[in-house]
Design a protein around this ligand. Structure first.
Ligand code: SF4
Length: 371
């Protein structure tokens, strides 16, 4: 099998690992395997080369096409093969960065070693300085994680589930606390001591819909990851049943659910909401028909907020006012108090959403009932 054929297989094998923020590249300029668009820490979308080193794996994750129980052709790229293909894509400007994962071929550390070797070859032998994201294999040793972080911009460990019991529903070979949480703690400690190691920090990913966890379970866990583990970002991957996997008959996850989770996650991560400010239905799920910020706002007793006096904390709780527009309001109102809705519109407030929740110079803009 030639290298490009292996690339096609391993790029397809990486699909289990796609979050809803990563899309397969469709441009005809590069109809080649392994090119995906991804949102990076700055919020920009960049084309990344995303591939597995190998689809061999001794784990039995039930949602994954590479799980050890499946009988299919297993292949592996060498670090030098992968480096060569990546540099070709990079020099042709098909991609701006590398996102590298691996199944487990042999033991965990020798698989992780090959991932780190690709980053070493790129950085030290080829002088490559752009983006590298390395996925840490659950159970990898502290030493190898530290070396990975010394070479990568960002690392991640997929937590997959919100609770230990949720993980045991979908994998019998990964231990939630030992293989995953302990590794996240090491990443936090290594980055804290050496901020130049993985300067963009650590991220994680959860699968939505592969087990019976609720949105409340998921959002409590991601809040804990932000507050206690210094995780920069959580990604959600909507479960898709794959043929010949143990979960092939489970209904697919709902992408609308994942997009509501992303909205609620932004409230926890960027707006610093507490989980108990979010509104869940009795079964622990968000109302899929409502924006979580709006659902939270109609249950808060802080409204209407006076635009010319309200604190930042209250302003960012107004639907239609984001963190940037709240900061603009605060810096402008000192010298030029706002008098009209049009002035708010000019600085980025989505006025028709904000109206029922604000007062301008003491006047209500509209009532929630009329809204
Ligand atoms: S560890 Fe699990 S999710 Fe990752 S490749 Fe192996 S079976 Fe798939």
């Amino acid at each position: 099998m030639n290298t490009m054929h292996k690339m096609q297989v391993l790029s397809d094998s990486a699909q289990y690992d796609l979050c809803d923020y990563v899309n397969r590249h469709t441009s005809s300029s590069a109809n080649l395997p392994g090119i995906y668009h991804s949102t990076v820490s700055s919020g920009c979308t960049i084309p990344l080369f995303k591939v597995l080193m190998t689809n061999k794996c001794c784990n039995d994750c039930k949602y994954c096409i590479n799980n050890s129980k499946r009988n299919f052709t297993r292949i592996e790229l060498t670090p030098r093969e992968l480096t060569r293909v990546f540099l070709h894509y990079y020099q042709k400007k098909y991609v701006n960065g590398l996102f590298l994962s691996s199944g487990i071929s042999g033991d965990i550390d020798s698989s992780m070693e090959k991932v780190v070797e690709v980053a070493r070859l790129l950085r030290l032998e080829h002088g490559y300085q752009d983006y590298i994201h390395l996925k840490i294999i659950p159970g990898a040793s502290r030493d190898i994680i530290k070396r990975a972080m010394g070479l990568a911009d960002r690392v991640s460990v997929n937590i997959e589930a919100a609770t230990p019991s949720g993980l045991s529903e979908i994998s019998s070979t990964k231990d939630y606390h030992t293989d995953i949480i302990r590794r996240l703690k090491w990443i936090r400690a290594i980055h804290k001591k050496n901020p130049e190691c993985a300067p963009s920090g650590g991220t994680t990913q959860l699968i939505v819909g592969a087990n019976d966890e609720s949105d409340a379970d998921i959002l409590k866990r991601v809040k804990w990851l932000y507050d206690k583990m210094d995780v920069r970002r959580s990604y959600f991957s909507t479960f898709q049943p794959l043929e010949e996997t143990p979960l092939e008959k489970r209904p697919p996850g709902n992408p609308i659910r994942s997009s509501r989770l992303y909205q609620a996650d932004a409230l926890l991560n960027s707006y610093k909401f507490k989980v108990d400010e979010l509104i869940f239905q009795e079964d622990g799920f968000l109302d899929s028909t409502l924006d979580p910020k709006y659902a939270a706002a109609i249950n808060m007793d802080i409204f209407p907020v006076e635009i010319n006096q309200g604190p930042y904390r209250d302003l960012i709780r107004v639907p239609g006012i984001g963190t940037l527009s709240a900061r603009r309001i605060i810096s402008i109102r000192k010298k030029h108090p706002f008098k009209k809705l049009e002035e708010l519109k000019k600085i980025g407030v989505v006025v028709h959403r904000a109206e029922p929740f604000i007062k301008l110079e003491g006047n209500y803009q509209s009532s929630l009932d009329s809204f």
